[in-house]
Design a binder for this molecule. Structure first.
Ligand SMILES: [Fe+2]
Length: 173
């Protein structure tokens, strides 16, 4: 049977309570893939005329994770950022997210941050990826995309890395 939003939220709660984060996140990401492949869920969550923005679909009062639905505008390229001490799982419901993960190549003791891309890949419908605390990444959406993001907490309340004027990204061929 197709995975519903309610089932996904209950399973995510159970998985996150049962095992350490590093083991739990890929399993929650797998369940999110199943939810994204449920056409009824996608049709109930997104419509073609929905404007860009984000909506909260669920908040777990016990563990504090959120399930968010994002309509991403086409032609947008995001800047490198982390989710601080939180984790996040990204998955696509329509079109694709171009994801880049970065590594820092200068010492932590230096004020400015120098990054280089560590890996680049696309997340297409039904594909998900989990990001543990502190992972620096950026997203790009060549076309309007429907994205579900699960976050460990309310990211707006967390100190986290955003690229600043003094920081640099070295592009690798
Ligand atoms: Fe992010």
């Amino acid at each position: 049977m197709a995975c519903t939003l309610n089932q996904f939220c209950a399973d995510a709660n159970a998985i996150l309570k049962a095992q350490p984060l590093a083991a739990a996140l890929p399993k929650v990401a797998e369940r999110l893939s199943e939810l994204l492949l449920n056409h009824e869920f996608v049709a109930a969550t997104f419509t073609d005329d929905m404007p860009p923005g984000r909506r909260e679909l669920f908040h777990d009062p016990e563990l504090d994770f959120y399930v968010l639905a994002h309509v991403q505008e086409g032609g947008k390229i995001g800047k490198p950022h982390s989710h601080g001490a939180s984790w996040a799982i990204y998955g696509n419901a329509k079109n694709l997210t171009e994801m880049t993960e970065y590594r820092r190549i200068n010492p932590e003791s230096e004020d400015n941050v120098v990054l280089e891309p560590a890996s680049k890949y696309a997340l297409r419908p039904g594909q998900t990826r989990a990001y543990g605390p502190g992972v620096i990444h950026s997203t790009a959406h060549p076309d309007k995309a429907w994205v579900i993001r699960v976050t460990g907490t309310d990211l707006d309340k967390l100190p986290r890395f955003h690229l600043r004027k003094q920081d640099r990204v070295l592009e690798k061929a």
